[in-house]
Design a protein around this ligand. Sequence first.
Ligand code: FES
Ligand SMILES: [Fe+2]
Length: 425
Amino acid sequence: MTASARQEIATLLRNRRPGFPLEAPFYVSPEVFALDLELIFARHWLHVAVEPEMAEPGDFITVELGTASIILLRDDDGQIRGFRNVCRHRGARLLTEPRGFVGNLVCPYHNWTYDLSGRLVHAGIMGRDFDPTCLGLKPVAVRCIEGLVFACLAEDPPADIEEMAADVSPYLAPHNIANLKLAHQSELIENGNWKLVMENNRECFHCANHPELLRSYPHLTAVGAQAVTAEERADYEAFQRLHGEFEAIWEAQSLPWRAIEKLDGRPTGYRTQRLALDGAGESFTLDARAACAKPTGRFTSPRLGSLHLHTQPNSWNHFLGDHAVVFSVFPVAPDKTLVRSRWLVAKDAVEGIDYDLSRLTEVWNATNAQDASFVGWAQAGAADPAYVPGPFAPAEYQVNSFDNWYVERMIAGLEGPARARLAAE
Ligand code: FES
Ligand SMILES: [Fe+2]
């Protein structure tokens, strides 16, 4: 990309109007997409997996980030490790499947072989003087937080991941995520830029168009008192009473529930909060009752509401008393994004006895499909010459926070090298 193209993008970022979505190029331009991969996805902690996806030594997943690919696997000592998916001989892709099991990592080209710690253990006919010890796989930084797996491609990953770990671990720990079982996963390609996928997730203004989700998810959750209209007041007060009931449940079980919100102004942005659910209050099902008979974690009753965790730039997660559902977002093209969803249940839960897969997944499968439509419409609109960013509602403040974070991180990335150069001169 030319220096002037970078300069133009930097100017657009600096001129961004707070309280409004981004200008069209941020959703449609191939140059911006390339910069997103370079400055956001290659430099920040990404939500890439949950430990139960790699339950046994040798289990792996791969994550594609533009032209980069990473391998995440569980090694022989039970640790989750990350590697660049590039052979150290002549660079071939080592693993081409999204998930699977390996004893060793064997390159499909000339069969160089790496063990699960990334060490080169076999290289064939390389000659007597060949030294394999310095040709191990390039590592990728990995940080597991209570069963959630974060990875960072940078050589100096943002240190504030530790603050996030300290903040969110007490909320996550009772759910014992590392010891849950992967019941189902889905991969959905949405026809929109990754930022439109994230923006769509960061508000529930549109939740009236999620009838299945609204059977359990209180529509007013994300609306503060100041945003409630006269017609909504009775519903709002009912929600406040419901929340009071759940607060008593959480307090009785020593479950932290108050919101922690550090969505912008920092490299690692996040938000967590425990929230009430409507009706039976147990799960994201059509009757709001548990989808799985075996509770998760240390719980004995599923009536716990939902623990939310949002992480910038690419995830949202819900942890309930009977299951968990976690989502990671990966950019594919300026107008294409992969949403990876996983449903987790107690390790000893048996499909067909303790849970029915279609009942477990139907609400979020429907919600994902609806969200994919919304994102597709937003992408079409952003590509239309008539597009002009319109104002956010108060209930959309987290969309604004996401855009704030994105703009800050992009500017930091664009200015960083220039500043470093100046300081060195
Ligand atoms: S490129 Fe992998 S063994 Fe040759
Ligand atoms: Fe939605």
